[in-house]
Every structure is written in C-alpha cells, then in structure tokens.
Design a protein around this ligand. Sequence first.
Ligand SMILES: *[C@@H]1O[C@H](CO)[C@@H](O)[C@H](O)[C@H]1NC(C)=O
Ligand SMILES: *[C@@H]1O[C@H](CO)[C@@H](O)[C@H](O)[C@H]1NC(C)=O
Ligand SMILES: *[C@@H]1O[C@H](CO)[C@@H](O)[C@H](O)[C@H]1NC(C)=O
Length: 467
Amino acid sequence: MLYYKQLKVLFLLIILKSCFFAICVAKIGFSTKTPYEFIHPPQKNVIEDDWYNAHTDQYTCGAVHVSAVIRHGARNPGESDSKRIANIHMRIKDNIKDGDKFKLLKDWTNQFPVNNNKNLNDAGENEQHHLGQRTARRLKSLFLEEDMSAVQFMVSSAKRTEDSALAFYEGINEEIPSEAPEEFDSEVNDENLRFHTMCQKYINSVENNSTALKEYKVFGSSDLINQVLEKVIAKLGVEKNVLEPADLKTMFVICGSEMAVFKFSPWCDLFDDEDNEIMQYWSDLKKYYKNGPAYRITWEQSCPLVAELFTIMDDVIAVIERTEEDKDTEGYLLGNMMFGHAETLGPLYAALGLFNDTVPLTSKNYHEQKNRLFRTSEILPFSANIMFVLYECEENEELLNDEEEEDDNPDDDYRIQLFVNEQPMLIPGCKNLLCPYTDVREWYSDISDDCHFEYLCDPHKKMHNEL
Ligand SMILES: *[C@@H]1O[C@H](CO)[C@@H](O)[C@H](O)[C@H]1NC(C)=O
Ligand SMILES: *[C@@H]1O[C@H](CO)[C@@H](O)[C@H](O)[C@H]1NC(C)=O
Ligand SMILES: *[C@@H]1O[C@H](CO)[C@@H](O)[C@H](O)[C@H]1NC(C)=O
C-alpha cells in the first residue's frame, strides 16, 4: 500500500503548493479528465537506469523488454460537451444578477475547437513527450545503441492515440539521440486497444444498458448531488431552475479539460473541495460500472490485449534462450508500446485484479468509499499508463559459492515488475515486486490463453462459466 501513501503525500504537496500562488486553483482531481502531471508532478531527477537494474537478495537482474499500455494524453472535449457548455454558459450569463460576480466566468469563451475530433492537445502532447523521455531514461541501457525498429508501437484507430505514440516516441529519441532516427511507424489494432467498440455483448449488456449503470444514475439524483447543485446555484446567484444535475457533469468535464491545458478554469471555481470530491465519486461510479471491475464481460473483453502482452514477452524469452545456443538467431522486441483509452486501461486493470475494491462502489456508500482503490483521478487520468518490465536474472555470486549446487531452475531466470503510473506496484499474487515471470504467466493464463474474442462477444452465446 506504499503506492497509495506516496500518492497521498503527492496530493497534499500539490494542494499546498498550488495554494502558495495567488489563486488556489488546483483542487483534488477531475476524474478521467485529470491532467497527468497532477498525480505525477514533473520530477527533476529521474534516475538513469532506475528500472533497468533490479535485484533481490538472491538475484541480480537487467531489463530485456518493456511492454506498456498507455492512455492517450489530454484531449479536447468532444462536440457534445462543447455544445452543452455553450448552452450552460448562455443560461448562466443571462441569469446572473450581480454584475461583478463571476466576471471571469461571464467573459469565458470556449477556446477548444468545436468539432468532434477529441484531438490530443498541446498539454497532452507534452504529457506523452515527458513520459517517453522518463521511460527511456529509466531504461536507458535497454535502448542505448539499439535500433529503434526493435520498439513496436501499436495504436487504436482514434487519431489521439497515434499522436500520443508519436509524442512519446519523440520523447524517447530526445533522451536517446541517434544519428539517423527511424521514421515513426505504428500499427492500428482496435481489437487490442478499442475492444469496447467491437464487443457487441459488452455494448448490449453494459454500455447501452441503463440497468447496468443504475448506481451511477441513482447517485445523479441523490441528496449529495443536489447539495452540490444548490451550492453552485447559490454561489452564482441564479434561479433554481437555471441548472440541473447533468449540467454539473459538463461543467466538471470542462473544468478538468481546461486545467490540463490552461492550468486554470473559471468553471473549477464553482466547486469547493467537498463538491469536487462528490463530483469525482459520481464520475467514478460511471467508470466503475462501465469500464471497471463491476461486470465480467467488461474486463474479459480485454483478453486480446492481455494475450498480446504475454505472447510478446514469451517470444522475447524464447528468442533469448535460442540466442544463447545459436548466436545467429533473429532479434526480439525491446519495447511493445500500446496506446489506447480509459476504456482500454480500465478493463485491463480489472483483468489483472488491480484497483478492485472489496466493497463495490454504490450510490449509497459515498462516505464509506473515501479511501477507495478505484479512484479514477489517480488511476485513469489522461496519459495513465501501465508498464511491465521483463528482466533476465542471474543468481548472486556469494550465494553460488555458499551453496553446494547451483540452482539451475530456468524458471527463475526471468522476472517481471509492474509499474502503474510510474510507481512500482505489486502484481496480485506476487510476494515481491520482482516476480518470477512463469508465476505471473500462470496466474493470467485463463484470460490470455483462452481468449476467443468473437465467441466471447457474441451477444447470443452464453459462456460456460457465466452466472
Ligand atoms: C442489463 O443489465 C442488467 C444488470 O446487470 C442485466 O440483468 C441485464 O441482463 C442487462 N441487459 C442486457 C440486454 O444484457
Ligand atoms: C442501444 O439501445 C437502443 C435501444 O435500447 C438501440 O436502439 C440502439 O441501437 C442501441 N445501440 C447500440 C450501439 O447497440
Ligand atoms: C473483485 O473483488 C471481488 C470481491 O473481493 C471479487 O468477488 C471479484 O471477483 C473481483 N473482481 C475482479 C475483476 O477481480
């Protein structure tokens, strides 16, 4: 739980720090619209080879491969949110009585392009560029003097993922300059990275099913949300019927999106810390039921992605083993960088058994869930990322001398470590951060080796193991 303690400290720092300056803009979080650097403030000293070298008492390891799944960086709001906020803005402007109050809000204009491209913006590009740089720095010896064609980039059909991948790639190249950088190349794969649009059973039973999202809907008309609405209405000094709960959601989305790009948003000023916390819970409920651990099909549909992760790592190991016998074998992938969406990463977390609260999030247990694991501003901000670093390990010398015989169990040669949003994280089932690859492979074999996407996603078929 070290990870959460660290995050808490970071948050405190952010809140304190942002309040030293003229306005106390930065609050706690904006759910999935949280700018990445809120949870991961830019670090000055990223240690070179920090992730490249790893060891336990018994083993000394060096990285041979990294596989990553990365959400796209900060993006512009979509067309529907842009239209909604324009409408809300008009209603508020027409109804504010006190002329001086909320001048910034009254003078506000939408600076995002009003189209439905949801494109990556400058803030998102920077997030990805910096993430690429930091990743390359921490794994420097893995990439140094290597051909960048040994790093594979996979994206979804949404342009923001390709733009993210390119910015990340440029970040790597900045950290590890080469004479003639390879031209950037990526492969589109929606089954791995946008499965939520291809899995009809998921669409029918979860995404397009209001019963499945009931807790989220119920919370929208709860006392807590109405209390936020009343406070916002009182602050603005407008009539009660000018705003409704759904408007709060749009205002919250725009607040987060503007914070990412402009580091400031007059929409955020309408929510105090308590309101912010309630708004976060509302958004978290939606993600929990729509893209989180709540329904089996939601995380099962990520099986092509889980399979891709392990197939590539299996292959890396197989090639290394062959090379040890025959020096002329082909190379292997040093990196497998995949760029997707919150709808990719949320199900992947659940499939891996991460951030799954013992007590489900419901419309009734807001207070009880204060310390929930499934807090999207922390786990699913823009540019959220999960990285598996694969290591080849050798037993330490002293131990070899002490023992009669060398323990020649090849299973211990390869180990794996997980980083979530750049923090080391224990893989469920492992005793140590550095976990034997074969164990991890075995734990996830059900989902990765038994993946029949078409069958799984056929709304007319029932799986044998379903309730
Ligand atoms: C909608 O969700 C509810 C609750 O999970 C479920 O009982 C129902 O079968 C779902 N409907 C469809 C069409 O799958
Ligand atoms: C969602 O459900 C509605 C009816 O409840 C249906 O008309 C619509 O086609 C469905 N959308 C998708 C994407 O399946
Ligand atoms: C989440 O945890 C609950 C309760 O411990 C468990 O029943 C469920 O299977 C878990 N879900 C996932 C996706 O791991």
